[in-house]
Design a protein around this ligand. Structure first.
Ligand SMILES: C[S@@+](CC[C@H](N)C(=O)[O-])C[C@H]1O[C@@H](n2cnc3c(N)ncnc32)[C@H](O)[C@@H]1O
Length: 244
């Protein structure tokens, strides 16, 4: 498989996804629950329900979209996961019935959309899915082109007696794309876990939101409301559909 498409992430990562050291979701759930008000809320790229399930347990009605049947099967197998309405849809362009008080797209997944056109189209789809006054929250890493030398980067993440985990990335600053490969050598073989992405600057995100008819209203450096500064590694952005 040489071409990345909207199903690739789930088909490659679903078996190991829930075992990865993702951030604990409580602060994200607190943040999102406040904005969801009386709901309902829509998670774009819901995955295995890392955030959606605890948000439902907080009393918020959550619906989800995802392209990966494998990731959604993991969600379905969890307590409370079978009851969350999830539709197979590409977040690059989707329509929904009804209107949502909150839409959210977390853990860098806006960057899973490989072009600016797809990302803008996602903002437009969200704008049409929100009720007047409804919010859209996007969480992503802050791009850091300085980590690349000659547009590439390698890092050894783990070394054990019988395994090693190495990451090898290529960067194209002209398209803002990063091709990541996570290479796991174990039991005498190499497994590849790719993540191809297009990062977006916060200012570009604001412009995409405005073009889609949303207002940028707040930006933080993390889910606990940390100030967003030049040192922030993470960006939590809040957009709103105007009341009229
Ligand atoms: C990093 S996981 C995030 C899952 C979940 N939101 C979380 O926070 O754990 C990325 C998810 O995005 C989904 N995905 C990737 N590209 C997509 C697309 N174009 N449309 C819908 N879902 C997509 C994958 O199937 C996967 O479930």
């Amino acid at each position: 498989m040489d071409v990345w498409d909207a199903q690739t992430y789930g088909s490659r990562w679903h078996e190991i996804y829930d075992g990865l050291p993702w951030p604990e979701p409580t602060a994200a759930v607190d943040f999102l629950a406040k904005l969801a008000a009386d709901g309902p809320a829509l998670e774009l790229a819901i995955g295995t329900g890392r955030v959606a399930i605890p948000l439902v347990q907080r009393g918020v009605e959550v619906h989800g979209l995802d392209t990966s049947p494998e990731m959604v099967a993991q969600l379905r197998a969890k307590d409370g996961g079978a009851d969350i309405p999830v539709r197979t849809a590409d977040i690059a362009a989707f329509t929904v019935e009804g209107e949502y008080a909150l839409a959210f797209l977390v853990l860098n997944t806006l960057y899973a959309l490989q072009t600016q056109e797809e990302q803008l189209s996602c903002f437009r789809s969200v704008a049409a899915a929100l009720c007047p006054g409804g919010h859209f929250v996007v969480e992503a890493f802050m791009p850091d082109p300085t980590r690349f030398r000659r547009n590439s980067w390698t890092q050894v993440h783990q070394v054990g007696l019988d395994h090693v985990l190495i990451e090898a990335d290529q960067h194209d600053p002209s398209t803002q794309r990063i091709l990541e490969q996570h290479i796991h050598f174990r039991q005498g073989k190499a497994e590849l876990f790719p993540a191809f992405l297009r990062y977006t600057w916060p200012s570009e995100m604001d412009l995409m939101a405005r073009l889609a008819g949303l207002e940028p209203i707040e930006r933080f450096g993390g889910w606990a409301g940390e100030p967003f500064t030049a040192q922030s590694g993470n960006v939590v952005s809040v957009f709103r559909r105007p009341e009229s």
